[in-house]
Write a protein that binds this ligand. Structure first.
Ligand SMILES: Nc1ncnc2c1ncn2[C@@H]1O[C@H](COP(=O)(O)OP(=O)(O)OP(=O)(O)O)[C@@H](O)[C@H]1O
Length: 771
């Protein structure tokens, strides 16, 4: 039986040559025959019904003639995938002149996913009504030899990527000429539908995936099924990752890259997903920019290309840059330090980078595929867009990754991959399929990367505009400068000139209004900052949740390792494997387990939780500092006293007015009514300011209470002594010292001056009294 399985999403292939005896000695080409390992060969089912003439043609050719013909066979796959040549042996691929490189890494599965960091995706597509097409497509090669392969159409679904699970697509590659020549038509897989596969080994296993792309699915069709939705996903600001996995020679490079040369400014029909994705991406970008000209929408794309080899990261676009380090940043997430990023404006730029990276890539030949590579490579494109709407600048970005896992999962995936490759033995395809199933367990929390930080600018602009309006109002109206001009004089009222009533507003009142307005804008800005902080906190919490989920996944992996161990032990006791084999496998499994445990320690969610608490504490201290040191308190108090004066003036004016003219006509009564309204409005404003103050006061205590459950006893104690507020910090947290810091009873005690509280309280009381 020969290799015939590859996957996009996952790329894998069948058991290797060692598993099944080859038929290189056969006199006739190609001699379909029952495989020696007793696995039923689906092609045999078709053999009976095969046209006798066709058989005759086959039988009449001798092997050497066929081989000669095959070496000349041009690739005839058409863009729509109706016909496929069987030109897929490494030796007979005439169109591939570019240096080969696998975007998919060594061996293993590939995922298509919607990501926040790393993986993600959807799981729903498997239920889509992929047609069970009973059609059979002829596979014709240059020797006129044909064999039928069942064809199952893939269904294009625009909602691909939109779910939380990793989306898995298995691609089965056609048998290569060499495989047919040497091994016949035996396959170890039987595809049952567009989602189901039967592994025909001992014992038969059935697998269901989101998609199973049969051998006759074209590059173009694959692109429409997975590439187009990926681009759309990125355009909406979601991160997306496509990860090709499979054993060597299973078709990862073919799927991800294919023939990456352009012919007359057109991509080759045989080109793989990556060039097609970028071609489509740039056309979408042009379209979007054109249709949203009025919002000044602009996109920018930058690409990087790295390789992981022997657990070391090298920049493929700057190969002198080796052993790069993975870092984690609260804002950026996980990233590779000092990795070069290049701006790209069209598909040509991308192809140049791909070729440059490819030529720098380490190649390691294996017995199976002389051109195969054993390293993992990750090509990343960061797409940023910004536009203006409602005088705010929006900034959106997404990462598009071709193959490989992202960030610290990258390490994890590499280790999983490593552990998979160590399983060795005869069942690589089975292992790959199992790995693909495990990948489905990964859950994501996808979100749009958007930043509307332009809000502050917009508010500042608004303030400037309002100020301008105010000053022009002041200029165009000749307001009287009397101190009590907010209250109309009797003479003025008597004249009955109500049109002048508005002009009673003095410049002073205008200034007050301006101050009040500035105050509310300032408070609004503060509320917005608080909002942003909360959002950041939510984001951090989400990160924590993700870490916990990852932790659970790792625990599940551990359980699987244990299950494998039990199976191995059973095989040992029943004599199915030798002690030596058992020990070797056990050794490898233990290594993988150790790696997993290390990751578990490195990515301990508890550590993150402490770090987050620490950051929160620092922020709260910052609020205190601002309040004390940057004059926030003074500003608030100033506003209160302004308002109090204003109120005082209004009240005085009102009293004068009512005592002198209490028996006057209805106009006076109305005016009094106006004064009352103004009065209550001002009182409301004062109340608001008081609330604002008490919020600050509550915040000063409550904030600390909320951090890590500090003992309320100490807190109470501090309130009683009215000297200082004592806050206990867990000793492992770093304490930021502000104010006076004392050591007591073996704890670090942090002291915040309580003056603020008493000062503000005094002012508030005073204010209440004056009102
Ligand atoms: N779907 C397919 N249709 C036709 N030919 C294919 C297909 N998939 C793979 N091939 C051919 O199979 C051979 C091996 O594929 P490829 O080089 O892509 O494997 P790979 O998984 O990248 O291997 P490695 O990991 O060793 O780099 C190539 O000659 C390729 O042209």
């Amino acid at each position: 039986m020969s290799r015939d399985v590859s996957s996009f999403g996952f790329i894998s292939k069948n058991a290797n040559e060692n598993d099944f005896e080859t038929s290189s000695s056969s006199a006739h080409f190609p001699p379909p025959r029952t495989p020696l390992n007793s696995i039923p060969d689906p092609s045999q089912y078709q053999k009976e019904s095969r046209n006798q003439d066709e058989q005759d043609v086959v039988d009449s050719k001798d092997k050497s003639e066929s081989l000669r013909a095959l070496h000349k066979t041009p690739r005839v796959t058409n863009r729509h995938g109706k016909l496929h040549s069987e030109s897929n042996s490494a030796q007979s691929t005439p169109s591939r002149t570019a240096p080969r490189f696998s975007l998919g890494g060594g061996a293993g599965p590939c995922f298509t996913s919607k990501v926040t960091q790393g993986f993600g995706g959807r799981c729903g597509l498997s239920s889509a009504s992929s047609s069970r097409v009973p059609r059979r497509v002829s596979m014709i090669d240059g020797t006129n030899f044909s064999v039928e392969a069942p064809h199952f159409e893939l269904v294009e679904d625009p909602s691909f990527w939109r779910d939380r699970n990793v989306q898995v697509l298995i691609r089965i590659r056609p048998l290569s000429t060499m495989e047919r020549v040497s091994q016949g038509y035996g396959r170890c897989l039987k595809q049952e539908s567009a989602q189901t596969l039967l592994w025909l080994g001992h014992a038969e296993s059935r697998f269901t995936f989101d998609h199973v792309a049969c051998e006759t699915i074209s590059q173009e069709k694959l692109f429409r099924v997975v590439g187009v939705p990926m681009v759309e996903n990125c355009m909406s600001g979601y991160n997306s990752c496509m990860f090709a996995y499979g054993q060597t020679g299973s078709g990862k490079t073919y799927t991800m890259m294919g023939d990456i040369y352009e012919v007359e400014s057109q991509l080759s029909e045989d080109c793989g997903l990556t060039p097609r994705i970028f071609e489509y991406l740039f056309s979408r970008i042009r379209m979007e920019e054109e249709s949203r000209k009025d919002e000044k929408l602009r996109f920018s794309c930058k690409c990087s290309f790295l390789e992981i080899y022997n657990e070391q990261i090298t920049d493929l676009l700057d190969p002198s840059s080796t052993n790069l380090q993975l870092r984690e940043d609260l804002k950026k997430g996980v990233y590779v330090e000092n990795l070069m990023e290049y701006n790209v404006r069209n598909v040509d730029d991308v192809l140049k980078l791909l070729l440059q990276g490819a030529s720098n890539r380490r190649m390691a030949a294996t017995n199976m595929n002389s051109e195969s590579s054993r390293s993992h490579s990750v090509f990343t494109c960061i797409i940023e867009s910004h536009w203006e709407k409602d005088s705010m600048t929006h900034f959106r970005f997404a990462r598009q990754k071709s193959s490989g896992a992202e960030g610290d999962r990258l390490k994890e995936a590499a280790n999983i991959n490593k552990s998979l490759s160590t399983l060795g033995a005869a069942n690589e395809t089975l292992s790959t399929l199992k790995f693909a199933q495990r990948a489905k367990l990964i859950q994501n929390n996808a979100k749009v990367n958007e930043d509307a930080s332009g809000d502050v600018n917009a508010l500042q602009q608004q303030i400037e505009q309002l100020k301008g309006q105010l000053s022009s109002l002041l200029k165009h109206h000749n307001f009287p400068n009397s101190p009590n001009s907010c209250v109309p004089s009797y003479e003025e009222l008597k004249i009955g000139d109500y049109s002048r009533k508005n002009e009673y507003t003095s410049e002073k009142q205008m200034r007050r209004m301006e101050a009040t307005l500035a105050g509310s804008l300032r408070r609004e800005k503060m509320a917005e900052t608080a909002n942003q902080k909360l959002e950041a906190e939510i984001e951090q919490m989400n990160r924590l949740v993700c870490q916990k989920e990852e932790d659970v996944q790792r625990t599940k992996m551990m359980l699987r390792f244990r299950e494998e161990k039990i199976k191995n032990l059973e095989s040992l006791t029943t004599g199915l494997v030798s002690t030596e084999e058992y020990l070797m496998e056990e050794n490898q499994a233990l290594k993988a387990e150790i790696q997993l445990l290390r990751t578990k320690i490195d990515r301990n969610p508890e550590l993150t939780r402490f770090a987050l608490e620490n950051i929160r504490l620092i922020e709260q201290l910052q609020i205190f500092q601002n309040f004390y040191e940057q004059g926030e308190r003074e500003i608030l108090l100033g506003e209160i006293s302004e308002l109090r004066d204003e109120l005082q003036e209004v009240l005085e004016g009102k009293n004068r007015f009512s005592s002198r003219y209490e028996n006057q006509d209805g106009n006076t009564v109305k005016e009094l009514e106006d004064c009352r309204n103004m009065n209550s409005k001002l009182m409301r404003e004062v109340e608001e300011l008081q609330m604002e103050l008490s919020k600050y006061l509550n915040c000063s205590h409550g904030a600390f209470d909320s951090v890590g459950g500090f003992p309320s006893k100490d807190h109470k104690e501090c309130r009683q002594t009215n000297k200082c507020s004592l806050v206990l910090f867990p000793s492992e947290l770093k304490v930021i010292h502000t104010g006076r810091c004392i050591k007591e009873k073996g704890h670090n005690k942090f002291c915040v001056k309580e003056n603020l509280y008493s000062d503000v309280e005094a002012y508030t009381n005073m204010n209440n009294r004056s009102i």
